[in-house]
Ligand binder design. Structure first.
Ligand SMILES: *[C@@H]1O[C@H](CO)[C@@H](O)[C@H](O)[C@H]1NC(C)=O
Ligand SMILES: *[C@@H]1O[C@H](CO)[C@@H](O)[C@H](O)[C@H]1NC(C)=O
Ligand SMILES: *[C@@H]1O[C@H](CO)[C@@H](O)[C@H](O)[C@H]1NC(C)=O
Ligand SMILES: CC(=O)N[C@H]1CO[C@H](CO)[C@@H](O)[C@@H]1O
Length: 382
């Protein structure tokens, strides 16, 4: 993944860089009512894109603003991003927690939470709300395995993250520092516990005792913990939305990764459900488009059953994008699924092109006009 470099401006410099232009202010916190999100008593449509990199790759505030402006031009209301980067040595770009011989220190300086302040200010200036994810299942930007390696032992099982008392305490400490800083900030739409939590991580190892109960217990504990320190913001998991039906012939429906979407949706301290959609990575290669249509409809059914919002907060194919996305977007619209965020936004910045993992939609990509079309459709629905 390409790392971008650039200077980091303070919040004051960000305001100065915006000149005399009036800043839209985010007022009111996003809430939920039944299956819809709300803002100041009206329905709020969660629609937009992922930009995990905006606070990680050392972007200047000018470039952050450009990245958010490119997303806002699609009619988006919301952006999902990473609120973590766990490192074992300081980096020249942003990092949020530094681990030294088993001791974590949250980076509250200009390359840490000070940098994230700029992300928040820049999203706000572009009229966007942020869904912020607080750790990763995968080793990208550190994630759960850094906690496991540092606190339990190098190479210990990934799923111990969910049950070990030391990793749970360290995660809570990080979350407390991060979340407390933004308790009164309406630009934050929601906190997410982790990107794609599973029993196995990048190393593929598991203790063999992890199942859906393990992760449901962890999400119950940690979502309640966030609610105890921040009652203003919504909380969700950030998981892939796997179902737990061991009799299914399809892997994303079998619960093998430790996720039970319907059980998690019933946890009272979780405000909405999340699902991802990558048929090809999940081995659903014979008809990826059709698999996705069914996946969206099945999550809309759970949404109605448990009467909570559900969003398809990541989705992607790397070929046949416009054909596939036309069908998926129109199914989101027709099924009544609450919202969606495409993976992933792209921009051409002063520092170069933002990361492209094959799914990136830049402003001149053929799928970008589709985003505009269906953002408009989804907002018109409410
Ligand atoms: C999950 O595993 C635990 C033991 O680790 C076991 O007690 C429990 O019954 C299992 N739950 C499910 C749903 O399989
Ligand atoms: C491409 O997308 C269309 C939907 O518009 C779908 O019918 C077709 O099966 C897709 N083709 C491939 C190769 O996935
Ligand atoms: C989009 O714009 C970038 C930067 O100007 C350029 O390098 C790229 O070739 C363009 N792609 C398309 C499909 O037009
Ligand atoms: C296995 C997997 O899905 N890995 C993804 C995890 O998230 C990063 C971004 O942080 C992607 O680049 C990886 O592809």
């Amino acid at each position: 993944m390409k790392l971008l470099t650039g200077c980091i401006l303070s919040g004051t410099a960000l305001l100065a860089s915006l000149g005399t232009q009036a800043l839209p202010t985010a007022t009111g916190f996003i809430g939920t009512s039944g299956q819809t999100f709300t803002l100041n008593g009206a329905a709020f449509t969660v629609v937009g894109a992922n930009s995990y990199w905006v606070g990680l790759t050392g972007l200047s505030t000018t470039d952050m603003n450009q990245a958010f402006a490119d997303i806002a031009k699609t009619g988006a209301t919301s952006v999902r991003t990473w609120g973590f980067n766990d490192v074992t040595a300081p980096t020249s770009t942003a990092y949020y927690q530094l681990w030294t011989n088993g001791t974590p220190t949250v980076n509250t300086g200009s390359t840490g939470l000070g940098n994230f302040d700029n992300v928040v200010a820049s999203a706000k200036a572009n009229g966007l709300r942020l869904i912020v994810t607080l750790t990763n299942n995968w080793s990208d930007y550190g994630g759960m395995d850094v906690y496991v390696n540092q606190l339990i032992g190098q190479g210990q099982y990934h799923d111990y993250f969910y049950t070990n008392s030391a990793t749970q305490a360290a995660y809570k400490n990080y979350v407390k520092t991060f979340v407390s800083r933004y308790v009164n900030e309406p630009t934050i739409l929601a906190w997410e516990l982790a990107n794609e939590p599973r029993c196995t991580g990048s190393t593929g190892t598991t203790s063999g005792t992890c199942n859906t109960t393990t992760i449901t217990n962890w999400v119950s504990t940690m979502s309640a913990y966030i609610k105890s320190i921040d009652s203003n913001h919504l909380v969700a998991i950030g998981d892939e939305g796997f179902f737990n039906d061991p009799s299914s012939s399809l892997y994303p429906y079998q619960g093998g990764q430790g996720i039970d979407f319907n059980a998690n949706l019933q946890v009272s301290t979780l405000d909405f459900g999340t699902a991802h959609l990558y048929p090809v990575s999940w081995g659903q290669t014979s008809d990826p488009t059709g698999f996705g249509v069914q996946w969206i409809e099945d999550h809309a059914t759970s949404q109605k059953t448990y009467n909570k919002p559900v969003i398809l907060e990541e989705f992607g194919v790397t070929t046949n994008m416009t054909g596939t996305y036309t069908q998926w977007y129109s199914t989101i619209d027709s099924s009544g699924l609450t919202g969606d965020l495409i993976w992933q936004a792209g921009s051409y910045l002063s520092s170069g092109a933002t990361p492209n993992d094959g799914y990136t939609v830049y402003p001149n990509s053929s799928a970008y006009p589709l985003e505009i079309q269906y953002t408009t459709a989804l907002k018109a629905r409410t």
